[in-house]
Design a protein around this ligand. Structure first.
Ligand code: SDX
Length: 392
């Protein structure tokens, strides 16, 4: 091969692109969307306003906001034929596999989206994805409960509509708890984008071949599912439950996580970029206290989580490797308090991350970036002659 190739496993030191969307400083624990701090947005904005900011680059004025919300609200229904695809899944199919399949199937329902750059309806596809992902997500939960699905209600806001579709039952009126809706809004904002993480890089790579937006987002959902990435929020709760079932002692699990012979890792700890603290984890940890108190929930695994964090922060192995709680460490405790089942936690991450994926895909396409095609260093066999099967 001509020239030379720099090997950078996991792209730890490779910049894949320039971007105007999200800035993060791993040393200082800074995270900003289009220049606005995550702390301010989590406190003062709503998820659709932040989605608009990420996708279109500016906080929307009232007219822009009302139009964006109106469009999304009026696209929350899903083509009834998608139920036939959905009904084919077994009841115990993991919702992340269902979601990546259904989002990919959306390209079949909106054929004008077959990629290439003359895709004049990008804004309509963006509205469709933002509007329909929550609806599709609630189908998974309702099927797991043996309950009928709920249709969206146009008079409800984004988070309230999601809660209604998730927990509403035909036999009684469903009261939206404002504490729950507010907590959901904050969590979705905190997950909305995170520059070139694994799933976003996947969305950009697929988009770089001029594949359509639905196929690119479907690939992002698949990448997010892994336990080293978004799937960690489910793995954290499963780990905390195991510690609780095992008597609640954390030291044994710290020792397991340090044992190189043992594949076990402390889920929800560590980060490729944050080497001091994940600013999102700080906000979520505080919100966990507030939400559980407001809902009058005393969840013993929150104490176990705090104990695990305390022990790890004072342990040489974790200190030396700069391993701190990340976004996934406390988020599951809030999702649980909101009544969301653990196998839906990563779906919640996907709903939050959707505007970020869309914004990054749009930026790549508008920049006309070349198709992504990394190189390799070949270490396989040298040239050798073919051998007939009789002689092998
Ligand atoms: C997300 O990139 C993003 O921005 C992602 C994300 C986003 O918003 O998109 O922030 C969301 O994915 C958060 C991360 C969720 N994943 C987990 O919580 C899984 C547990 N964490 C680890 O697997 C790990 O920390 C990663 C995957 C998050 C980061 O891995 P890196 O950067 O490749 O670091 P590494 O695996 O090379 O670890 C460095 C050292 C190693 O030890 P040594 O070889 O130096 O002896 O730290 C150790 C690792 O063994 N280590 C851990 C550990 N994480 C790293 N040891 C025990 N428990 C852990 N959690």
């Amino acid at each position: 091969q001509s020239g030379y190739v720099t090997l950078d496993l996991g792209y730890k030191n490779t910049g894949a692109t320039t971007s105007n969307i999200t800035f993060l400083d791993g040393e200082k624990g800074i995270l900003r969307y289009r220049g606005y701090s995550i702390e301010e947005l989590a406190d003062k904005a709503d998820f659709l306003g932040v989605s608009y900011l990420l996708i279109y680059g500016e906080l929307p004025n009232q007219t822009q906001y009302d139009k964006f919300v109106h469009e999304i609200t009026h696209h929350t229904m899903v083509n009834e034929d998608m139920r036939k695809i959905f009904d084919g899944f077994p009841v115990n199919a993991h919702p992340m596999g269902v979601m990546s399949s259904l989002v990919s199937a959306m390209s079949g329902f909106y054929p004008e989206s077959y990629g290439s750059n003359n895709d004049k309806d990008v804004d309509l596809h963006i509205i469709r994805l933002m509007a329909k992902l929550p609806t599709l997500a609630t189908w998974c939960y309702k099927k797991s409960q043996g309950h009928p699905i709920n249709y969206p209600k146009n008079k409800l806001d984004y988070c309230s509509n999601f809660l209604h579709m998730m927990f509403g039952l035909p036999v009684e009126d469903y009261e939206i708890n404002p504490v729950v809706a507010k907590a959901l809004n904050k969590l979705l904002i905190l997950h909305a984008d995170h520059e070139q993480n694994c799933s976003t890089s996947t969305v950009r790579l697929v988009g770089s071949s001029q594949a359509n937006l639905y196929s690119s987002i479907s690939a992002g959902i698949s990448a997010l599912w892994g336990p080293l990435h978004g799937g960690a929020n489910q793995a954290v709760i499963e780990m905390l439950e195991a510690i609780k079932a095992d008597g609640g002692g954390v030291q044994k699990y710290l020792d397991k996580a340090k044992d190189k012979e043992d594949p076990f890792r402390l889920m929800g700890f560590g980060h490729r970029v944050y080497k001091n603290f994940d600013p999102r984890a700080r906000i979520i940890k505080k919100a966990a206290d507030e939400v559980l108190e407001a809902l009058g929930i005393d969840d013993p695994i929150l104490d176990i989580a705090r104990g695990l964090e305390e022990a790890a922060l004072n342990d040489e192995y974790f200190i030396k490797r700069k391993l701190y709680p990340n976004v996934d460490f406390y988020s599951g405790i809030i999702y649980r308090a909101l009544g969301i089942p653990v196998n839906m936690f990563t779906v919640m991450f996907a709903i939050g991350r959707l505007p970020g994926w869309i914004a990054q895909w749009k930026e790549l396409r508008e920049a006309g970036q070349p198709i992504g095609r990394p190189r390799q260093i070949y270490t396989g066999p040298k040239e050798r002659p073919f051998v007939d099967i009789a002689d092998r």
